[in-house]
Design a binder for this molecule. Structure first.
Ligand SMILES: Cc1cc2nc3c(=O)[nH]c(=O)nc-3n(C[C@H](O)[C@H](O)[C@H](O)COP(=O)(O)OP(=O)(O)OC[C@H]3O[C@@H](n4cnc5c(N)ncnc54)[C@H](O)[C@@H]3O)c2cc1C
Ligand SMILES: *[C@@H]1O[C@H](CO)[C@@H](O)[C@H](O)[C@H]1NC(C)=O
Ligand SMILES: *[C@@H]1O[C@H](CO)[C@@H](O)[C@H](O)[C@H]1NC(C)=O
Ligand SMILES: *[C@@H]1O[C@H](CO)[C@@H](O)[C@H](O)[C@H]1NC(C)=O
Ligand SMILES: *[C@@H]1O[C@H](CO)[C@@H](O)[C@H](O)[C@H]1NC(C)=O
Ligand SMILES: *[C@@H]1O[C@H](CO)[C@@H](O)[C@H](O)[C@H]1NC(C)=O
Ligand SMILES: *[C@@H]1O[C@H](CO)[C@@H](O)[C@H](O)[C@H]1NC(C)=O
Ligand SMILES: *[C@@H]1O[C@H](CO)[C@@H](O)[C@H](O)[C@H]1NC(C)=O
Ligand SMILES: *[C@@H]1O[C@H](CO)[C@@H](O)[C@H](O)[C@H]1NC(C)=O
Length: 604
């Protein structure tokens, strides 16, 4: 306790003392999986870094530090940022539409009380040290090798080939379950990665029956618990040419310690500033960056030389406590080398647009002087589609709520497995304030992420020139070629229904709650349900990397913002497409790569 107090006092000091000239070699904006690692790595390489984070430090809040609390964390107003988005131009059939009631509270549902104002679909994010890696499910899964190779292909930069990406992954990895003799994994990195307990297959008969069925449906013969455990203990991130086609059940890998403590960029940053004498990282919390400052007199193109920010608590419109605090105090900070933007897929394009980098017509609407007409900023918003089958068993489950993963390769696959599902005694059907529903001790759900979607045309646009306003966000689901994505999701739903079908007498028969409350659910009904009730929470690609001749490419292959100097974007918005099934590890790997590219660049 004393040690904790001393450390808290030290942190307060470390964050209060800023460079008198407010000048650093690097300024990083946002401390999530994108910004956190690059800020810490540059400081560990000896460079002065100012890390500006809009939120505060909740890393010791048990909602955050203990992974099992992740749903509570996503609801915690101390970390939460509420974005309200549109999925399509007409979301009125969405079961979890959110309204503001006249008394100030939220209403979620299809029949709002009179006087309630429609807000949109709640999309969770954080405004806190460590970003969304402080409240996420912490699922660890690399995208297909071909997804990295695609970036190499469109940019001609071999640094993106999956074989060259692996070392960046291994550098940050501290794998707690793979034998240390494995030369394709890292054991000295800063991110703890572990496999959740799989010994339950020896005892939890109800959960085992359903996991065995999933194994059978994916082509594995009936086996003993030991054989089931062998499947579950497979290396989800194996450096194996067959990995991206491998289907079947897996255990749950997460960025946490064996004891269930969350590991995240937030803790890496704290570990780095603990050693302030050694590592010149300055963390400034409660600082919302509003604009990049350019020197327009530099040869060739304007150069980013610093940022403007507002200092204060709960300033941003997405903060549930907005308006309860004083107005922010304006400040400026300067960078002698570079400014790195890492506000995430909604905030990075907003910061660029507020700074004059974006589609010229959009900027003109708000009288923002154009620095670079870059039509790709805020365009190309991408996300994994998600849906689920929720059902009730015939009796209460006996045994703990153990979960397992299943990978599927549907008939719509573009070469790789394209569904990542997870099943267990939980309820999760998307996001709304107060989610998820609790359906009691009979609940069972298989929920899934559809990878590599191809039917979205989403965007993030400014609503106003006020940096405290949240942007206007529309995912534009089902805009093009929606048949293929819908069919892939149909197949996943049918698979999930099969898992609970023929459950052992007593536990079964199951009663479906969603998509259909009746047993004879038709394909048309199921499709309609998917189309209307689909959800997502892995937004990316709003400041995408692309080739030199692609006018929609906001960044070059080294994360540099095209059209200016001294400015990069390093976060999930840089991916040309949403990577794999879970973006947190890809984003951390991307940040490790950016650290490497920046440090290599200094040597040239
Ligand atoms: C509820 C939930 C569960 C998830 N579960 C998983 C999972 O299990 N596995 C997985 O792989 N992915 C998961 N994700 C997604 C994953 O967490 C994100 O893709 C990832 O965090 C993106 O990292 P980022 O750095 O791009 O952005 P973020 O994590 O959003 O970080 C951005 C940071 O920038 C700060 N910031 C923003 N604007 C400004 C500004 N103007 N000035 C200063 N600071 C600013 C924010 O406060 C935040 O700290 C989940 C996401 C959510 C919301
Ligand atoms: C402070 O600013 C000066 C002036 O640019 C810079 O050279 C120096 O590295 C900075 N020091 C720290 C500790 O941030
Ligand atoms: C955890 O989050 C809940 C809301 O989801 C909140 O009521 C509670 O106060 C939080 N706990 C802590 C320790 O902050
Ligand atoms: C959703 O779209 C409607 C118009 O179709 C618009 O009025 C509303 O502001 C949008 N909501 C959000 C949260 O962007
Ligand atoms: C990218 O892929 C296309 C199609 O497979 C191929 O023709 C092209 O040569 C590749 N380009 C690079 C730079 O690898
Ligand atoms: C799955 O179970 C069915 C029914 O018991 C059986 O016929 C089939 O052979 C099993 N599949 C595999 C791959 O073992
Ligand atoms: C990783 O786990 C170790 C041991 O539990 C802990 O000391 C360390 O802080 C963790 N690192 C991170 C970044 O969470
Ligand atoms: C640089 O030019 C942009 C676009 O005209 C302008 O908004 C900005 O204020 C200029 N910067 C400085 C330091 O004058
Ligand atoms: C499904 O069956 C129920 C009775 O079990 C019936 O009421 C309903 O009309 C049927 N629905 C369809 C779409 O066939």
């Amino acid at each position: 306790m004393l040690r904790q107090l001393a450390f808290a006092a030290f942190l307060a000091l470390a964050t209060a003392v800023t460079n008198e000239t407010n000048t650093y070699e690097y300024i990083v904006v946002g401390s999530g999986p994108g910004g956190g690692p690059v800020a810490a790595n540059l400081a560990r390489a000896g460079h002065t870094v100012l890390l500006l984070e809009a939120g505060d430090d909740q890393s010791q809040n048990v909602n955050v530090s203990q992974l099992m609390n992740f749903n509570i964390a996503a609801n915690d107003e101390k970390t939460r940022w509420d974005f309200f988005v549109n999925h399509t131009d007409d979301d009125l059939g969405y079961n979890h539409m959110v309204y503001r009631k006249p008394d100030g509270g939220f209403y979620t549902g299809l029949t709002p009380p009179t006087g309630a104002k429609r807000l949109g679909i709640w999309y969770p994010r954080t405004g806190t040290l460590g970003g969304c890696a402080m409240h996420n499910g912490a699922v660890v899964s690399l995208p297909a090798d071909s997804e990295w190779n695609y970036i190499a292909n469109i940019t001609g930069d071999d640094g993106w080939l999956s074989k060259n990406i692996r070392p960046h992954y291994m550098r940050m990895e501290n794998n707690l379950d793979i034998p240390k003799t494995d030369s394709t994994h890292g054991f000295k990195g800063w991110l703890n990665i572990s496999l959740g307990d799989t010994t339950w297959v020896n005892g939890n008969a109800d959960a085992v029956a359903l996991a065995s069925k999933a194994a059978n449906l994916t082509g594995y013969p009936p086996g003993s618990p030991a054989q089931l455990k062998q499947l579950m203990d497979r290396d989800i991130n194996a450096d194996d040419p067959n990995r991206d086609q491998t289907v079947g059940i897996f255990g749950s890998w997460s960025h946490s310690s064996k004891e269930g403590y969350r590991s995240s960029p937030g803790y890496y940053i704290r570990d780095t500033i603990k050693d302030a004498a050694k590592y010149p990282l300055t963390l400034q919390l409660n600082s919302l960056v509003t604009k990049v400052i350019f020197d327009n007199t530099t040869k060739g193109a304007p150069t980013a030389i610093g940022v403007e920010y507002l200092r204060g608590q709960y300033l941003y419109g997405a903060d549930p406590r907005v308006g309860t605090s004083k107005k922010g105090v304006p400040g400026k900070a300067y960078a002698t080398k570079e400014v790195i933007i890492a506000g995430g897929a909604f905030n990075s394009p907003q910061i660029l647009m507020l700074s004059g980098i974006g589609p010229a017509e959009e900027l003109k609407k708000f009288n923002i002087p154009v620095v670079v007409d870059s039509p790709g900023v805020g365009a190309n918003l991408d996300d994994n589609y998600e849906a689920s089958v929720a059902s009730l068993a015939a009796r209460d489950f006996q045994g703990a709520a153990n979960i397992f993963f299943v990978f599927l390769k549907t008939a719509q696959s573009q070469g790789n497995r394209d569904v990542h599902m997870w099943c267990g005694q939980f309820s999760f059907e998307g996001f709304w304030p107060g989610f998820p529903d609790d359906m009691g001790p009979k609940q069972y759900e298989c929920t899934f992420v559809h990878m590599n979607p191809r039917s979205q045309k989403g965007w993030v646009k400014l609503r106003s020139a006020d940096p405290l306003d949240t942007p206007d966000i529309n995912f534009k689901f089902w805009e093009k070629n929606s048949d293929k994505d819908l069919s892939a999701m149909m197949e996943a739903i049918k698979f999930a229904r099969n898992i609970v079908q023929d459950a052992p007498p007593g536990l079964g028969p199951f009663t479906e709650i969603h998509p259909c409350k009746h047993a004879n659910c038709t394909d048309t009904e199921t499709r309609d349900f998917i189309k209307k009730q689909v959800y997502s929470h892995h937004a990316t690609s709003t400041c995408a990397i692309g080739g030199d001749n692609d006018k929609m490419a906001v960044l070059d292959s080294k994360f540099r913002v095209r059209g200016v100097k001294g400015l990069r974007v390093v976060d999930a918005s840089a991916f040309p497409h949403v990577p794999g099934s879970f973006p947190v590890i890809p984003t951390i790997v991307l940040s490790e790569k950016a650290s490497y590219d920046i440090l290599q660049g200094l040597k040239q």
